[in-house]
Write a protein that binds this ligand. Structure first.
Ligand code: UD1
Length: 304
C-alpha cells in the first residue's frame, strides 16, 4: 500500500515509517523538519519537504495513496501558549489541509490522525475513558479537540473515513532530550547519563500514563483498518499510573546509576492525574500496549 505520513521525520512518525517500510509498504513523508530530523528518516521513504499548510505540496502528497497518517504538529502545550496562532495553524489547519486535499482528489482513503490526552484537561476520575467530557486546559488541547470535530464533519460531509488517536505520554528513542518542550522521560534520561540532578516539579505525586513508542506505532498500524465514517477516537495509553517520583527512581534503576533529585515549584497549569482507560482501544484494535516501563526506559537510555 502507498501511505502518506505527515510528520514522518518526527519522533513517532519516523518509527512508524520504519515499520511500514519493514512490512513492504510504500511511504511518502511530508515534513517541514521544524522538529523532525532528516537522520531519523528511513532511506527508502520519499520525502516531500515542506509544510502541511502548503496546499500544492499536500495535493502532491496525497496523490495515489491508499491511506493517510497525519502526525505533523507542534506537539507542545507550552509552545501553544507562547504562539497561539502559529500553533493553531499547524495543529488544526494542518489537519483540515490534509482532509481538503483528499476531498479535492476525491479519495476516500482511511485517515488516522494524532489527537492527544490534552483534550481531557484535568478530569476528576481516572482512568479516563473516551466518553469523558473533554475540557482542554491549553490551546494545544483545544486544537486537538477541534481536529476531532473537523474529522467527524469530514466523515459526514465528504465521506472521509477516519480514526483519531488520543496519545498519552509517549516516550522512547528519538524523543529529542534537547528540546525545551520534550517529555519528562527524555529529560530525566539525559540528565542521568550526564550525571546531573533530576528536577521534579511539584511534589512528584502527579501521575502520568507512559506509553512506549513501539506500542504507539502498533496502535497506529492497527488503526488504519479501523478508520470509518463514525470518525471515532481511541485512547493510546496503558492504564497504568506512574508518579513522577516513581519515574525518577525507575530511570535511575534502568540506568544503574544514581543522581540527586531536586524538587522545584510545580509548573503552572500542570495536570494532576492523567491516566487513560485502554479498554475501548484494546477491543477495537485487538492489541494491548504491553511494553513494561523498565523495558522501555532501558531502550530509551540505550539510544541516548
Ligand atoms: C504531555 C505531553 C503533551 C500532551 C499532554 C496531554 C509531552 C512532552 N507532552 O504533557 O504533548 O498534550 O501530556 O495532557 O509528552 N516534569 C518534571 N520534571 C521535568 C519535566 C517534567 O517533574 O524535568 C513533570 C511535569 O511537571 C509533569 C510530568 O513531569 O507533571 C510530565 O511532564 P511532560 O513530560 O512535560 O508531559 P505533560 O505535561 O504530561
Amino acid at each position: 500500500m502507498r501511505y502518506l505520513v505527515t510528520g514522518g521525520c518526527g519522533f513517532i512518525g519516523s518509527h512508524l515509517v520504519d515499520a511500514l517500510i519493514e512490512r513492504g509498504d510504500e511511504v511518502v513523508v511530508l515534513d517541514d523538519l521544524s522538529s523532525g530530523r532528516l537522520q531519523n528518516l528511513n532511506k527508502r521513504a520519499s520525502l516531500l519537504p515542506g509544510s502541511v499548510l502548503d496546499p500544492a505540496l499536500v495535493r502532491r502528497g496525497v496523490r495515489d495513496i491508499q491511506a493517510c497518517i497525519h502526525l505533523a504538529a507542534i506537539a507542545s502545550v507550552t509552545r501553544s501558549a507562547e504562539d497561539w496562532v502559529g500553533s493553531h495553524n499547524v495543529n488544526q489547519t494542518g489537519l483540515i489541509a490534509v482532509l481538503d486535499a483528499l476531498r479535492q482528489a476525491k479519495l476516500s482513503v482511511p485517515v488516522v490522525y494524532a489527537s492527544s490526552a490534552a483534550v481531557y484537561g484535568d478530569q476528576r476520575h481516572v482512568p479516563i475513558a473516551e466518553t469523558a467530557s473533554p475540557m482542554p486546559l491549553s490551546a494545544y488541547g483545544a486544537d486537538k479537540l477541534c481536529c476531532e470535530v473537523q474529522a467527524r464533519t469530514a466523515a459526514r460531509s465528504c465521506g472521509l473515513p477516519s480514526l483519531g488517536l488520543r496519545f498519552f505520554n509517549v516516550y522512547g528513542p528519538r524523543q529529542d532530550p534537547a528540546s525545551p518542550y520534550s517529555g519528562v522521560i527524555s529529560i530525566f534520561a539525559r540528565s542521568l547519563l550526564e550525571g546531573l540532578p533530576l528536577t521534579i516539579f511539584g511534589d512528584g505525586l502527579q501521575t502520568r500514563d507512559f506509553v512506549f513508542v513501539g506500542d504507539v506505532v502498533a496502535c497506529v498500524l492497527a488503526a488504519v483498518g479501523k478508520a470509518s465514517l463514525k470518525a471515532d477516537v481511541l485512547n493510546v495509553c496503558t492504564g497504568t499510573a506512574t508518579t513522577v517520583a516513581q519515574l525518577a527512581a525507575a530511570v535511575m534503576s534502568a540506568g544503574r546509576a544514581s543522581v540527586p533529585v531536586m524538587y522545584r515549584e510545580a509548573r503552572a497549569g500542570d495536570i494532576r492525574h492523567s491516566v487513560g482507560s485502554p479498554f475501548r482501544a484494546v477491543a477495537e484494535l485487538g492489541r494491548e500496549n504491553r511494553t513494561p516501563l523498565d523495558v522501555g526506559l532501558g531502550r530509551t537510555l540505550g539510544w541516548l
